[in-house]
Design a protein. Sequence first.
Length: 389
Amino acid sequence: MSKESVASAIAGSCIGRFCALFLGMPVGWVLSIAAVVVLFSNEGRAVKTDRALREGMAKVVSITADQVNPATAGELVHVQGLVSTEETLHDPLFGVSIRALRLRRLVETYQWRQRSERHQQQTAGGQCKTVTTYRYDQTWSAKLIDSSHFQEPFGHENPKSLPPFPSHDWEAKDFRLGQFTLQAGLREQVRSFAPLGIRVGEPPPSARQAGFRALDASFYQGADPRWPQIGDVRIVYESVPPTDVSIIAAQDGNVLGAYRTESGGKLEMLEPGRQSAAEMFREAHFWNRVKTWLYRVGGFFALLIGYRLALGPLTALANLLPGLLAGLTLATGFLAFLLAVAVTLVTTSIAWVAYRPNIGLPMLTAGILLAILIGWWCRREREPGSSTG
């Protein structure tokens, strides 16, 4: 290869890298703004939930499910027992019937699935490039996997269409807990599906013509269910049978539904099994803390990535002008980290100032001091003769 070709390739690589870094700058700012919005709203949600739980714990009244007490109408009540229904759910297509809270028909096709893995590989010239490797396995899927977009479609062809029998869910209209009925918000929380547990009858004529046959609590289309082949189809059923639950909700006559707290929150809690009110509130407080910290950590890393992208042009300048901007590549990474920490502290503390000043004000002070430190550090870096590398 001639010297001119090598120089042209190097120049093209530098220009491409420079353009990529500049294109990442608006993405970084958008990601940073979105992270700030998420961090702020998360703190408001956490405090609102915490206040609602504390208010609920002070007001909740435990009752029995075998009678409706008018004295607790409109109150936040804790009740436990067996949720059941008198309805029989029916799949008219395959004739499957069962008395249950929910019934699900799940239609799955055996298909190829592509998985990709990326890793860094060093070239002969000493540069690093990202290499993607692909591997293929077989799986049951309710969705059509388009094999035409595979990296290696030959030998991994999937069916072109799904079976004419779609998946479907049925729900009983009446969920009863003793003398009480459950509103939609509580019914949605009862989703402990289990295998159907009953043998199905013969499939309908249309399914038999397509090659389906009954197999215990399912229907199967294929040669041998023990050794499925690409294109085989299985139709399995799941149901939610009557189950023990514990509920904390508002009592409106004989109906249990959402309770509106004075702090503006909503309490509509349902847990499987029999639990006391104290246990339910303790668990709710725990998951509120877990959710809050997951959003905090996620917001911080979103800010870190956003600022790294936003400061990308500085890294490009450092690569093009190493003599003038020595050490700037490492400095931008450290600056992005400091900015992410500062903005996370300031955002969360501002949100907390409105709710809990005794915690929010110290956090806000720490964030402001860190921001001042970042400003001082940036000014120092701009002074002649200073270097970070």
